[in-house]
Design a binder for this molecule. Structure first.
Ligand code: GUN
Ligand code: ZN
Length: 375
């Protein structure tokens, strides 16, 4: 199947494991490394699909868990699938629902069979198994679909993490057996918590399955960022060089730079849209500005004069400050457009640096940083 989803490594960094590549999908090519915006409910919160296209987005995420609860995959299928439903004609990826069940729903029970939980929408009891997750994702129709996994919490006992990691492997075998569509790539997910030996073992076992891509899951669940770096460094080398590697739920500058240096190609995170809804802008060097601050009230310069986004090309900090203070919905739209553009540009800059063998010099400030402050 992976012949259908070729991943081409164009250039490897001479000093790190970073690589620049191309991932081909039926809806277009993804240039890696690349940040992927999250469109949980078949929309990226507060922006239109047309605006999303102008951020430089290539692959966009949606969530099985949310779309199964509302509107249900049958309606998406009747609309002609996710691409047609939301009018995004580029590559798409759906997450499997496992992670969202663990983080969002109550009264959940996990057994080898699958997960049972109460819908936060209407209290209905819902069951998702690996088979069900794949059937839903086959129906939704994204280009990349994710294996149904169990993401252990942090902290958790080694026994609990080991059990979740082994269950994730057994579930992956069931996902592979269920997966029907040749035009969708099924990615496996490496779990293993903060236990580097479990990570290495899981990655080696998954690599043998010859999947079209691999994800590193179970990070950014409350552990110190330093552990994310260690986990990625202990996992990535065991994943096949010629397949894309995706670090799930990570979208901070330093963590992305260090992960790219360890050989990761793809990222997703809700940070840019979540920050926007709190009136905050991501700016270069990893800073976050609260646009509500009085210092911006009469600042008639763009947020970032080097940024090509619609927001920075047209509006001033003073205008954004005014919209945020007035709680106008447009504030969240304009800040989301900028924040997504900014994170994508950061990964594009890494790609260009790798292609011209400047990665370690240009990104040294990120690669050498170790502090625990999240940026
Ligand atoms: N999103 C962020 N982390 C994870 C994970 O561990 N598993 C899944 N399925 N999605 C995620
Ligand atoms: Zn901008």
């Amino acid at each position: 199947m992976s012949e259908k989803f070729p991943f081409q490594v164009l250039v490897e960094c001479s000093q790190t494991k970073a690589r620049a590549g191309l991932f081909l999908t039926p809806h277009g090519t993804v240039e890696t490394p690349r940040f992927m915006p999250v469109g949980t409910l078949a929309n990226v919160k507060t922006i239109t699909t047309a605006q999303l296209g102008e951020t430089g987005a290539q692959m966009v995420l949606a969530n099985t868990y949310h779309l199964h609860l509302q509107p249900g995959e049958a309606i998406v299928a009747k609309a002609g699938g996710l691409h047609s439903f939301m009018q995004w004609h580029g590559p798409m990826l759906t997450d499997s629902g496992g992670f969202q069940v663990f983080s969002l729903s109550e009264l959940r029970q996990v057994t080898d069979e699958g997960v049972t939980f109460r819908s936060p929408r209407d209290g209905q009891v819902i069951n998702i198994t690996p088979e069900k997750s794949i059937q839903i994702q086959n129906t939704l129709g994204a280009d990349v679909i994710m294996a149904f996994d169990e993401c252990p919490p942090y902290p958790a006992s080694r026994e609990a993490v080991e059990a979740a990691t082994n269950r994730t492997y057994r579930w992956l075998e069931r996902c592979i057996a269920t997966h029907q569509r040749q035009d969708q790539a099924l990615f496996g997910i490496v779990q293993g918590g903060v236990h580097l030996d479990l990570r290495a073992q899981a990655a080696q076992a998954l690599a043998k399955l010859n999947l079209p891509g691999y994800a590193i899951g179970g990070v950014s669940v409350g552990e110190p960022p330093e552990l994310i770096h260690q986990i990625v460094k202990a996992t990535a080398p065991f994943l096949p060089r010629e397949k894309p590697r995706y670090l799930m739920g990570v979208g901070t500058y330093r963590e992305m730079a260090k992960a790219v240096a360890a050989g990761v190609d793809l990222f997703d995170c809700v940070i840019p849209t979540r920050l926007a809804r709190h009136g905050a802008a991501l700016v270069q060097q990893g800073d976050r500005w609260n646009l509500k601050n009085a210092q911006f009230r009469e600042d008639f310069t763009p947020l970032d004069e080097t940024c090509p986004c619609y927001t920075c090309q047209n509006f001033t900090r003073a205008y954004l400050c005014h919209l945020v203070r007035s709680r106008e919905i447009l504030a969240y739209t304009l800040l989301s457009i900028h924040n997504i553009t900014e994170l994508i540009r950061f990964t594009q800059r890494m790609r260009e640096a790798i292609l011209s063998d400047r990665f370690t010099t240009e990104f040294a400030p990120w690669l050498t940083q170790s502090g625990t402050t999240d940026s």
